[in-house]
Design a protein around this ligand. Structure first.
Ligand code: LMR
Length: 334
């Protein structure tokens, strides 16, 4: 709306439509991870495609590594219209009042990307994105990252090894409960502060997909990491609804196309990027990477899956059940 009003105004003061069109619409895309991650690369892909498909009518400025906003600030900035695109982790929507997104944090609910994509690329995913609308936010896509490993400075072979440890988590009540379930002490902290908190001992450990751990150099300050795959971390790409609806229709169509293609790309590279990061962590020799035995993995599952039931009233039993139905997960079969 604003842009149209501006165009009309500028044409009225004597500028030709062509000259006006030469002024690109700027989209600021802010995120908190490194450029060399699944999200960082997908953001760059979106920039390239959006600028190409709109013939330069849109300019996308990508700000990686919390250089523009940190976790909490970026959500506020989007609602205020100071930034136009974000891709926060699904664990960060609770403070906005959209608790249902925390369903993605339930330990072991997805047994890999295939099960996950049934939700993110299906009807349940669309219903979840629609819950953002009353907050003035439009959900455009889900982008994958990966499955998390626990890390600390002491070995973690069984759930009891996490007892008493201060563990950094994202701002999700499900993750808080997950950590309490194994008697560790959850500490909510912005992503940009984690490396230093680990280095100085403000927290003892954390959980991450490998791409995040490696690109933030957390492996340099964590001696042990265990391939628990106990939970998923991925993203919703979101925009300010008023801004998106106010774009010229032809521009929006091209941006939708760029987003659809970037989403395919993001979800294609996610596993590969995480595998590459895991190999790099191993090669660094700084963190001992432990692959738990089947029995040890079963013990983590047994300890953590009770979080599902405990979080039912927060997330909604129906939503959890609809995911079980799609993915075939059955907590009774552990
Ligand atoms: C985290 O805070 O650990 C992640 O959400 C960071 C990210 O965006 O992947």
């Amino acid at each position: 709306m604003k842009i149209r009003a501006l165009l009309v105004g500028l044409v009225a003061v004597g500028l030709s439509a062509a000259a006006v069109a030469a002024e690109p619409i700027v989209i600021k895309f802010s995120h908190v991870v490194a450029q060399d991650t699944p999200k960082g690369k997908a953001a760059e892909k979106f920039k390239a495609l959006a600028e190409q498909y709109t013939n330069g009518a849109v300019k996308v400025e990508v700000y990686a590594n919390s250089t523009l906003y940190k976790d909490k600030e970026e959500m506020e900035a989007l609602q205020l219209g100071a930034v136009q695109l974000l891709a926060p982790s699904l664990a960060k929507f609770g403070p906005l009042g959209v608790r249902e997104f925390e369903v993605f944090d339930l330990p072991y609910i997805f047994d890999g990307y295939e099960a996950l994509n049934k939700i993110t690329q299906g009807a349940v995913g669309q219903q979840l994105l629609a819950k953002l609308e009353p907050k003035g936010i439009r959900g455009l896509a889900f982008w994958d990252n990966g499955f998390k490993s626990f890390s600390a400075n002491t070995p973690i072979h069984k759930p009891e090894d996490l007892k008493g440890k201060k563990m950094r988590i994202q701002s999700s009540k499900v993750l808080e409960e997950q950590m309490r379930e194994v008697k560790s002490l959850p500490q909510v902290m912005a992503f940009s502060e984690v490396y230093q908190a680990l280095q100085t001992g403000v927290v003892d450990g954390t959980e991450n997909p490998h791409s995040n751990l490696y690109t933030q150099k957390m492996h340099e300050v964590q001696k042990h990491m265990t391939l628990t795959d106990h939970g998923y971390l991925g993203y919703a790409v979101i925009t300010n609804k008023k801004f998106w609806d106010g774009l010229p229709a032809e521009v929006r169509t091209q941006l939708d196309k760029a987003m659809a293609e970037s989403t395919v790309y993001a979800n294609q590279i996610a596993k590969e990027e995480n595998d590459k990061s895991l190999a790099a962590v191993r090669a660094s020799g700084k963190t001992e990477v432990y692959a738990p035995t089947a029995e040890e993995k079963a013990a983590f599952k047994k300890a953590l899956v009770p979080v599902h039931k405990k979080m039912e009233s927060r997330i909604g039993a129906e939503l959890i059940q609809s995911i079980y139905k799609e993915t075939g997960f059955d907590p009774a079969k552990l």
